[in-house]
Design a protein around this ligand. Structure first.
Ligand code: ADP
Ligand code: MG
Length: 344
């Protein structure tokens, strides 16, 4: 199968999806921003009047961002999910995405693997109304590089540089579960089968918090998505906003020992380890954001409207840096560093 047949067969939207996403001349058609999709030299997008474009790119490299034996449908999902997570962090609504794909020859020949990869990507693309409208395909070591395009009303994007002294620090969902799974897959520790399956789903099938990001527009002062660990990604907000923060260790702990994870994870790991997983785990794709205390009920309403659990874990302070308030009332400094691919 040649390059063009491969694109046509696997990455062009199926007719139902094409109808959903492609703008038509019919006056009663649903407004869709895609004027022209896959097949020409450029895709054409039409953002709504008064909107700014929000653009983000994330690359997934085999061996670095995913294990070679990951299920292809999950890989397709994750490649788009990590990109949508950046749109969520900015409070942007998805418009479309492109995919630059390097495939080793044996993958390019594996029709079932390609169909599953494209199926996983398109399932999330349909669910989040973010169709694939173009890309590039080449031979090479397996690598997926997606770019997402979104829109946000001019001046309303959630940014990293808006945190103010006195803001609450909030985080969505759960933290550390992806790192729990990665450690188990790497043989660093063992997990009971049910816990491993649940943690592995968090690692391989993250949920981009698009609805929450949209609901937080006009409420949150600042936001970032947690891709490299809470301490590091909150650290980005702190530096961009020239402020510091103090996190409550007990509230932060709850974000990892939550739901199905509480009983089993607490039995398996000591509290220090759980806390470290929550703070530095990475690959969570939750949102960390700040909002003033008088917006607490609006934040809770945004969580409810988007069906996203939220936890208030700390406070923005004038003193730079990140600190942790322990159960014993002691405050200790924390490194506010994110995962760095080139760190020595
Ligand atoms: P060009 O050579 O003009 O850059 P290509 O021949 O590489 O275009 O691609 C043909 C069409 O297929 C273009 O619309 C391009 O955006 C699309 N395309 C190529 N690879 C992919 C891919 N992996 N996923 C989605 N669309 C793709
Ligand atoms: Mg090309």
């Amino acid at each position: 199968m040649g390059e063009f047949e491969l694109i046509d067969r696997h990455f062009k939207p199926k007719p139902a999806a094409a109808r959903l996403h492609q703008a038509t001349a019919a006056p009663d058609s649903i407004a869709t921003p895609v004027v022209l999709g896959i097949g020409d030299d450029c895709a054409l997008l039409q953002p709504a009047p008064g909107m700014q474009l929000a653009i983000s790119t994330d690359m997934l490299v085999e061996g670095r961002h995913f294990l070679p034996d990951v299920a292809p449908a999950r890989l397709g999902h994750k490649a788009l999910a990590v990109n949508l997570s950046d749109l969520a962090a900015c409070g942007a609504e998805p418009l479309a995405c492109t995919l630059a794909l390097a495939l080793p020859p044996e993958r390019a020949r594996d029709d079932a693997w390609l169909a599953a990869l494209a199926g996983g990507l398109w399932a999330l693309a349909d669910a989040q109304r973010c169709p694939l409208v173009g890309g590039d395909t080449t031979a090479g070591p397996l690598n997926l590089c997606l770019t997402v395009f979104g829109q946000v009303p001019a001046g309303q994007a959630l940014r990293r540089d808006g945190a103010r002294v006195g803001d609450d620090v909030w985080v969505s969902g759960t933290l550390g579960h992806a790192r729990l799974a990665l450690g188990a897959l790497r043989g660093e520790w063992t997990l009971p089968p049910q816990l491993l399956a649940a943690a592995r789903t968090r690692l391989e099938c993250p949920t981009p918090r698009i609805a929450l990001g949209l609901a937080l527009r006009g409420i949150a002062h600042s936001a970032a998505d947690v891709s490299d660990g809470l301490a590091g990604d909150l650290g980005h907000i702190l530096r961009a906003s020239a402020v510091g923060a103090c996190l409550d260790a007990q509230e932060t702990m709850k974000t990892i020992a939550a739901g199905a994870f509480s009983a089993s994870a607490e039995g398996l790991f000591d509290r220090q380890t759980l806390l470290r997983l929550a703070l530095t785990g990475g690959d969570d794709y939750e949102l960390v954001f700040t909002a003033p205390p008088d917006a607490r009920s609006a934040v809770q309403a945004a969580g409810q409207a988007s069906a996203t659990p939220l936890a208030r874990i700390g406070r923005i302070e004038a003193e730079p840096g990140l600190r942790l308030l322990g159960a014993d009332g002691r405050i200790e400094p924390l490194a506010a560093r994110a995962f760095d691919h080139f760190a020595p």
